[in-house]
Design a protein around this ligand. Structure first.
Ligand SMILES: Nc1nc2c(c(=O)[nH]1)N[C@@H](CN(C=O)c1ccc(C(=O)N[C@@H](CCC(=O)O)C(=O)O)cc1)CN2
Length: 298
């Protein structure tokens, strides 16, 4: 058996199309152009690519993009001051501070400083709390993308399925587990101290791998027919491509898992592209909520 490939690139393109439509309707109906402010501190090469893609895709969807690039040695107080100005700016509907931040800056302090109504990353404790309570709010982008892909693989209904989430980060593992629970899955979170992790994974109808360890999940960890959502983006040496070359792999040994799973996300082209598309959807949602307008179905 070979698993069905879950095409995150195509799903993300569809979501961006829906965002574009929602933005057009907001402009025509209410004279509103949503604005997204993206803040990059430092010159991390991957972050620079992600931020450039966020700016481009924001504009392609018809929204206003506000970009702030700060040097790597920016003091924490200066970043907090910028966040305060963005909070107060009525033209800004969403604020995203790209991570990771340089070591002199306390990430938690920055997240806490963002107005929860503009927290399109969904990381502020107020928005995290809303997920815990199962209330509407801004949901972190990668977890939202994971659940969209898993849900689509199951015809839109995840009720009653057994899900195992590997990893318990604030950015992915914890919110994914809560979102799956809110979608009526029975969820187990596994981590480095979990006993017999392979056996646990073999019981999962939905297996989400978000540990940041290249190809940790082997084919024999996967229940036949399961849906595998691979969040890992790990750059590993690829000498077969030439000296010094690298390639991207996920947290799942794809070549093994694809023979066992029912559906699986590839890396690249799976969860990754959903992250920015969900950010754009969150920005539209924030723009509507801030003005008391009904949220479009995105
Ligand atoms: N404030 C935030 N910082 C970071 C987040 C986040 O959600 N909010 N997530 C990641 C980086 N990220 C977006 O910021 C991101 C990661 C990966 C992709 C993506 O499309 N990946 C491609 C492969 C890209 C490549 O070739 O390197 C894929 O998987 O197909 C988009 C966005 C950390 N920081």
């Amino acid at each position: 058996m070979t698993a069905k490939l879950i095409d995150g690139k195509a799903r993300a393109a569809r979501l961006r199309g829906d965002v574009r439509g929602a933005v057009s309707a907001l402009k025509a109906g209410h004279g509103v152009t949503p604005g997204l402010a993206v803040v990059l501190v430092g010159e991390d090469p991957a972050s620079q690519v992600y931020v450039a893609n966020k700016v481009r895709q924001t504009e392609e969807c018809g929204m206003r993009s506000i970009e702030h690039r700060l040097p790597a040695d920016t003091p924490e107080a200066e970043l907090l001051d910028l966040v305060a100005r963005l909070n107060a700016d009525p033209e800004v509907d969403g604020i995203l501070v790209q991570m990771p931040l340089p070591s002199q800056i306390d990430t938690d302090k920055v997240v806490l400083a963002i107005d929860p109504a503009k927290d399109v990353d969904g990381l502020h404790p107020t928005n995290a709390g809303r997920i815990v309570l199962g209330r509407p709010g801004l949901v972190p982008c990668t977890p939202k993308g994971c659940v969209m892909l898993a849900s689509e693989a199951h015809g839109g209904d995840l009720s009653g399925l057994d899900a195992v989430v590997l990893g318990r980060s604030i950015l992915v593992g914890k919110p994914v587990a809560l979102l799956l629970q809110n979608a009526n899955c029975t969820v187990t979170m596994a981590h480095s101290r979990t006993r017999d992790i392979a056996e646990l994974c073999r019981r999962a109808d939905i297996l989400v791998a978000a540990v940041g360890r290249p190809q940790m999940v082997r084919g024999d960890w996967v229940k036949p027919g399961a849906t595998v959502i691979d969040v890992g983006i790990n750059r590993v040496p690829a000498p077969e491509r030439g000296e010094g070359k690298t390639r991207l792999v996920g947290d799942v040994a794809f070549d093994e898992a694809v023979k066992v799973a029912g559906a699986i996300t590839p890396v690249p082209g799976g969860v990754g592209p959903m992250t920015i598309a969900c950010l754009l959807a969150n920005t539209v949602q924030a723009a509507c909520a801030r003005r008391g307008l009904p949220a479009p179905a995105l």
